[in-house]
Design a binder for this molecule. Structure first.
Ligand code: SF4
Length: 353
């Protein structure tokens, strides 16, 4: 089937995407070929261009967490201690460190009585107790959507559920969430973990998840869980947050029209790494870079269209630098593909209002 589209201007691209109903990774490759091969006008227009995904970059939770550290430094002066990276992005952490934030792994590294900010990924009650023991002045920058999952764990543990928490072993968010009721929580990261689960038919079971997972991968795990445990209950609402879902839908849309996708984000950023996987599944090769300097020109050798997006912890300046680097490599036409818009804002921690 050939879909007729107008020349690839930003608004028309959005319309074209809607007409082509590009929502599903399974048929994205076919649609990508359709746009590039079967529509000669689009082919001509799309030479050496950059497609920017929207939404991309900072989400409401990251914006709140970074603003929290900036305001705390301004209001209380340096140093301000931050437990773990406030958000998973090297550039953001380096910038805040240069302004006086001291990043530590554990509260035991912080002088008694000092001020500490907890990162966007959340903490377990054990960390909160350790901070209280040291008489630390705490400011909690945990994203409210992570806190929502913590509350679900507490609620379902009180109702004596076995909670299957889908997420990455060792990730700070999962450690914090599981720490709310460790005796009730089993972490599942892959199909092998599901094979090893041993619950009985009478056990009350519910699944919850990390906020930054791939929607498609998570649903595949849930499907396997459900076939093994038909009595498995769903969470009361989505745990994978709106920002993660929006960025995945946006990268699917540009991947369907791109020969290569570049995702700006750090290696320890779960949502950035998921964007690479989602883009790659949609067809083209996809690469993660921390910054523009990491782009290898040979990735673009036979590319006409490069898709660009960024993880939820990435400031837009890093994307601007990537766009500039791509322009220097011949990709000077830039178009934005906006699949949805975001207006959510979270209130700052009360210590800073
Ligand atoms: S990715 Fe989602 S859960 Fe994580 S900080 Fe952003 S809004 Fe919050």
């Amino acid at each position: 089937m050939v879909v007729e589209v107008e020349p690839a201007a930003g608004a028309d691209l959005r319309l074209a995407l809607e007409r082509a109903d590009i929502v599903d990774a399974a048929d994205a490759t076919e649609k990508r070929q359709m746009f590039h091969v079967e529509h000669p006008q689009c082919e001509t227009q799309s030479e050496k261009r950059v497609l920017l995904a929207g939404p991309r970059g900072f989400c409401a939770g990251v914006d709140r967490a970074v603003t929290t550290v900036e305001l705390a430094l301004r209001r209380f002066g340096a140093p301000v201690y931050v437990r773990h990276e406030i958000v998973h992005n090297k550039a953001v952490v380096a910038d805040l460190a240069a302004r006086g934030a001291i990043f530590v792994n554990e509260v035991s590294e912080i002088p008694p009585g000092a001020r500490v900010i907890f990162s966007a990924h959340g903490i377990s009650p054990a960390v909160r107790a350790a901070a209280a023991e040291r008489d630390l002045q705490t400011i909690d920058a945990t994203c409210p959507l992570v806190t929502k999952v913590h509350k679900e764990v507490v609620r379902f543990a009180q109702q004596d559920y076995n909670i299957i928490l889908i997420g990455h072993q060792g990730h700070e968010e999962i450690e914090g969430t599981a720490g709310e009721a460790p005796e009730h929580v089993t972490i599942v990261s892959d199909f092998g973990d599901i094979d090893r689960l041993d619950f009985g038919a009478q056990d009350k079971l519910i699944w919850l998840s990390q906020t930054t997972l791939s929607v498609d991968d998570t649903m595949a795990l849930v499907s396997k869980l459900r076939s093994k445990f038909p009595n498995l209950q769903d969470p009361p609402s989505d745990d994978i947050c709106f920002a993660t879902q929006n960025r995945q839908e946006a990268v699917k849309a540009i991947a369907a029209l791109s020969d290569v996708v570049i995702v700006v984000g750090s290696a320890n950023s779960s949502n950035s790494v998921r964007l690479v996987e989602v883009a790659h599944l949609a067809g083209p090769p996809a690469y993660r870079v921390d910054n523009a300097a990491e782009i290898a020109p040979q990735w673009l050798n036979s590319a006409g269209t490069v898709g660009v997006t960024s993880g939820a912890s990435v400031p837009d300046i890093l994307v601007s630098e990537v766009v500039k680097r791509l322009a220097s490599l011949g990709f000077s036409q830039v178009e934005e593909v906006q699949t949805t818009s975001e207006s959510t804002k979270f209130a700052l921690p009360r210590e800073l209002r």
